[in-house]
Unconditional design. Structure first.
Length: 120
């Protein structure tokens, strides 16, 4: 902190983890990030890598995976998958949120059960 205020970089580091990607993701946001082209995911990963190195004050040439692990941060694609799976698990186990459970119930009524497979 310089002179009682944050530098531009420090403001970004404080702000970015509080953005929807790092905090709570609802279905719309998960779907949005899940459907991003790989080039955009890679760009977001580059930004996260830069932020992680900046947080621990590591040189640009340092490997980012150990830094992300030390910060307990998932990579972008891992975070998107985690949030999607977490949301799915929550819907299936708690029937919450209602709007997703209703969609699941409607879908499960329309889909015929899979036939049992016989083992050879």
């Amino acid at each position: 902190m310089k002179g009682g205020s944050y530098t531009y970089t420090e403001q970004i580091i404080i702000t970015v983890p509080s953005l929807p990607l790092w905090s709570t993701l609802n279905l719309t946001t998960v779907t949005l990030y899940y459907s991003l082209p790989k080039s955009q995911i890679n760009r977001l990963q580059q930004i996260q890598n830069c932020l992680a190195r900046n947080v621990v004050k590591a040189p640009k040439s340092s490997l980012v995976t150990p830094i992300l692990r030390s910060l307990h941060w998932l990579k972008i694609n891992e975070r998107i998958e985690y949030k999607l799976l977490s949301l799915t698990y929550k819907v299936l186990t708690t029937s919450q949120p209602d709007y997703l459970y209703n969609l699941y119930s409607l879908y499960s009524l329309q889909v015929e059960p899979a036939p049992h497979l016989l083992s050879p």
